[in-house]
Write a protein that binds this ligand. Structure first.
Ligand code: ZN
Ligand code: ZN
Ligand code: FE
Length: 763
């Protein structure tokens, strides 16, 4: 007897759009000779499958066992239907269910198969810079609306040719329903300027080889490129971008090229070659044939592999021209958002670039290159953007819908929906009108894309952050969250921690509940509240932002604090670099408390030590002095300085004994490299010692490390070692940055926990 026929509706939620899920379903269904159809919905994929019950079961198992490479199935719901007897298995048009919500795939790097086609002279896509398939290509950057279908992307205006349409319609083809599918006949094309008559790629090669600066329209925005080995070209780019000494990122053709100028571990290699293709921070070889102007005073380089066919073509040998590495930095003026439109590029980048390599596929959403660094074999995100955003952070349980506005610097915003935190891509420093506009635009788009209606708006405690002002102007319920509490909550959220933890939050600047500037903080926190149980002893911060730009001011503060006497340390080489008049003015400011706040900032302590040891007295971006101090730290030194713990709680961590001995070391000509190592060791000792005390007082064994200071690998590894050897369980960041880029996630989870949950609704 033939088995009875069943028909089932199968609803799959998760990242199942834009990664070849429907073609996969069609192939699988045909393999099992099942009938029915599949379609995208606004929350995922919906299918109806008809056939023998046992076969449907096998089909479901097959789907769960080997989904396409980038699919993330969150859940599968199966319901019984009445068989219809219809035959065949087809893709049906998408259902628009506006109330629902779907996860959107990040942009994915070109896959190996597409790469093979682009480099094969017999293939019809040979040398075609916009080649993609269901496993790779643009997604988030071109999606205007969900469901993810071609008319809802910036590919809407390109009509597929017959050959492309045939691929698109063929379930056996890798390009079955590949929405951005294109070829040289029907798809986007390149143009080059100023010589518009030239062949774009060879002309771009020629310009780069001649030492010119090229503006390139990439995946998520414009980039500025030049030959990284050509020192005058790199210097010219730095001069024309007219800003800080921030390192430029590099793009190299392959791993072998990267190994010529960096040391690459297994974890680094995996990070470099992954589908996200981030910039990976790598230790630089001393003999690296790279212009020193790429990353001044830095022993690391940020390197990435080509991630689009266009980048592959640019980095490939051709006509006797090849590059070991190209500088590939953000196409913007100083700290403004990336330029995305061709006309905008001509207007705003013409003072920087000598030539333009543009194309006619619009970038709907701006996404910078992401930055990672590996620690203990796994990548830590330092800038979360292309390849990662808008991939959600799973919160483990449904939460109230909120908007968190993040901090002032390295801003991101965060929305919660269902059990997900939807963290925006890196938006930048909210210091100019353009970045604030980018913030507003991203908020509106994410709200629409993910159908979020926030019940409350969460912001930092700092009254002057633009993100705080924006939150207050929005109106409705607002919740202020202390900066370092948000850092710790962010680390807790991505590690799925509940209950109370010890939080070590070390960074440059965060507004405290007492109106002072915090930054060397030991908290006991959960997802609703915190107690500040210890912090670095307050020292004066003279002149606000000026004190951040001029680390010597902090050196003076620490000298006065450690010695009392105003003449102490005046023989240090540091004072040869600072005019005596300026020094006297600042000393008077400190003495009288004029334009001065108190700070417990860890970043400012690092600034002070960098200046005291003669490493750097002025900076062009925050963290520069600390980075340089880390760079020179001599490996293999175990010694450290003494510190004291004042009465409390909150206990004051007193570095005065350390500063006094450090000055004595300077006077005895101990090399700065050794002093730097001893100082780093001291800060790690403090972490171990204070956490030990908190454990005794609070009986807690879990420690979260967060804040920008933990981007310092020497400090991080030393602190982790200190804590583990004392038996602590240590939690670090991985998916979101330890710096202020992760703040909005922490704010969002705290806000969502503080709001009373709504009555549960059936979905
Ligand atoms: Zn591909
Ligand atoms: Zn075509
Ligand atoms: Fe911070």
């Amino acid at each position: 007897m033939a088995p009875a026929t069943a028909r089932k509706q199968i609803r799959v939620r998760g990242i199942v759009q834009g990664i070849g899920f429907r073609p996969f379903v069609v192939r699988l269904a045909r393999q099992f000779q099942l009938n029915g159809h599949v379609r995208n919905t606004a929350e995922g994929v919906l299918m109806e499958v008809e056939g023998a019950p046992g076969t449907i079961e096998q089909f479901l198992q097959g789907m769960a066992a080997e989904p396409p490479p980038f699919a993330q199935i969150e859940d599968t719901l199966v319901t019984e239907l009445t068989p219809t007897g219809a035959t065949g298995f087809a893709v049906q048009p998408s259902l628009d269910e506006r109330a629902q919500f779907a996860l959107v795939s990040p942009d994915l790097a070109m896959c190996a198969e597409c790469r093979r086609e682009v480099t094969d002279p017999r293939n019809r896509r040979f040398g075609y810079p916009f080649t993609n398939c269901t496993h790779c290509g643009p997604r988030y950057s071109i999606i205007r609306e969900v469901p993810y279908d071609r008319p809802q992307t910036t590919m809407a205006g390109f009509r597929m040719c017959r050959a492309c349409q045939a691929e698109y319609d063929d379930p056996e083809n890798r390009r079955f329903h590949a929405q951005p599918n294109a070829c040289p006949v029907c798809g986007p094309s390149l143009t080059v300027e100023p010589d518009a008559g030239a062949e774009p790629i060879p002309e771009a090669h020629r310009l780069l080889a001649a030492g010119h600066i090229l503006a390139i329209k990439g995946l998520g925005g414009f980039q500025l490129a030049c030959d990284a080995e050509n020192d005058p070209a790199v210097r010219l780019l730095r001069q024309r971008k007219r800003r800080s000494d921030k390192p430029f990122a590099l793009m190299a053709p392959d791993l072998a090229a990267i190994e010529e100028f960096c040391f690459v571990s297994d974890a680094d290699r995996q990070a470099l070659e992954g589908p996200q293709r981030p910039i990976v921070i790598l230790p630089r070889r001393p003999d690296a044939p790279i212009s020193p102007a790429v990353a001044p005073d830095n022993q690391t380089l940020g390197v990435m592999l080509p991630y689009t066919p266009l980048h592959n073509l640019l980095l490939a040998h051709s006509g006797g021209i090849s590059f070991r590495a190209l500088v590939m930095t953000s196409g913007n003026l100083s700290e403004e958002p990336l330029v995305t439109r061709n006309d905008e590029a001509r207007e705003r980048l013409s003072a920087i670039a000598d030539g333009f390599l543009c194309h006619n596929r619009d970038i709907h959403t701006r996404v910078d290159d992401s930055v990672v660094r590996t620690f203990e074999g796994r990548p830590t995100l330092l800038r979360r953007a292309r390849g990662y955003a808008p991939y959600p952070i799973d919160l483990g349980a449904e939460r109230a819908e909120v908007l968190a506005c993040g901090g002032q610097f390295k801003n991101t915003l965060c929305l919660t929906k269902g059990r997900y935190a939807l963290l925006s891509q890196h938006l930048g420093d909210l210091e100019n009108y353009e970045t604030l506009e980018f913030f507003r635009e991203t908020l509106e788009r994410m709200k629409a894309l993910f159908r979020v209606e926030p019940r409350a708006v969460i912001h930092d405690l700092h009254p002057d952050y633009l993100s705080t002002r924006f939150a207050r102007e929005l109106g409705g319920e607002t919740i202020a969250v202390q900066h370092h509490h948000a850092h710790i909550a962010s680390c807790m959220a991505e590690n799925h921690l509940q209950g109370r933890v010890i939080g070590v939050a070390f960074d440059g600047t965060g507004f405290g509940t007492d109106g002072q500037i915090w930054g060397g903080e030991f908290l006991v926190a959960d997802l609703t509240a915190f107690e500040r149980l210890a912090h670095f002893r307050y020292v004066p911060l003279a002149g606000g932002d000026q004190a951040v730009r001029e680390p010597w001011r902090m050196a003076l503060s620490y000298l006065l604090d450690a010695f009392g006497a105003e003449t102490a340390g005046l023989d240090l080489p540091l004072w040869a670099a600072v005019p005596a008049r300026q020094r006297d003015v600042v000393r008077t400011m400190i003495r009288r408390g004029v334009n001065t706040v108190q700070t417990s900032s860890c970043g400012r302590l690092f600034d002070a030590v960098a200046s005291l040891t003669g490493v750097r007295h002025e900076v062009t971006f925050e963290g520069q002095a600390a980075m340089q101090l880390e760079t020179i730290a001599e490996p293999g030194i175990e010694a450290s300085y003494d510190f004291e713990i004042g009465s409390g709680p909150p206990w004051q961590v007193d570095f005065r004994p350390a500063i006094r001995t450090l000055i004595a070391d300077m006077q005895q000509r101990v090399p700065a490299a050794a002093i730097s190592a001893k100082f780093h060791n001291t800060v790690a000792d403090v972490i171990g010692y204070v956490c030990q005390r908190l454990r005794t007082a609070e009986s807690l064994n879990r420690v979260c490390l967060s804040g920008g200071a933990f981007q310092n690998q020497y400090l991080l590894s030393r602190a982790v070692f200190q804590l583990r050897s004392r038996g602590f369980e240590v939690f670090l960041h991985c998916q979101v940055p330890p710096n202020d880029g992760g703040l909005s996630l922490g704010q969002a989870v705290i806000g969502a926990h503080l709001l009373k949950p709504k009555a549960p609704t059936r979905r």
